[in-house]
Design a protein. Sequence first.
Length: 201
Amino acid sequence: MPRIVDRFRGFLPVVVDLETGGFNPKTDAILEIAACILSMDDFGRIKIAETIATEVEPFNGSRIEPSSLEFTGIDLNDPQRNPVGEKEAIQKICLPIRQELHATGCQRAILVGHNPSFDLSFLKAAITRVNYKRNPFHIFSSFDTATLGGLAFGQTVLARAVQAAGIDWDESAAHSAEYDTVKTAELFCAIVNRWKILTGL
């Protein structure tokens, strides 16, 4: 039976997206975080196994640029917004990933993202801030769907790459961490699974 531990050199791909208050991971707040844990079926195709998402309370002293809120559409005063503290958010995301690492025999999670250096830098900064001791992610390696989308479909913008892959895209739902994570995961799975059809790998 195909095993995901054998497909990515012992790494478990986990798709992550964060919405933030700016571009500096040391000073700017995380406002939303989501992750899709991927699994492999009996035919060696990868798919979304679990999606975890949470709104995040800005850490004390953090900066939030008005332009970031305008871009994401996040309203910090929305009564339906239900943020948790940064430590709880990191635990909520990381604990299921650690459990999946144990279940699959993978040694580390590898972050999959659209321009993932941004998300990985914010994630690492938050893990350091809350003193989370068991970071499941590889500290510098990642998979970039902007690069893969450019290779597979000639598109590097997430919305265009997703649509080129034949996946539905709702512009009004974009720029929420959960929606963008799911669409990035669907894009990554589509590319990897098409590669399997072409090459058998």
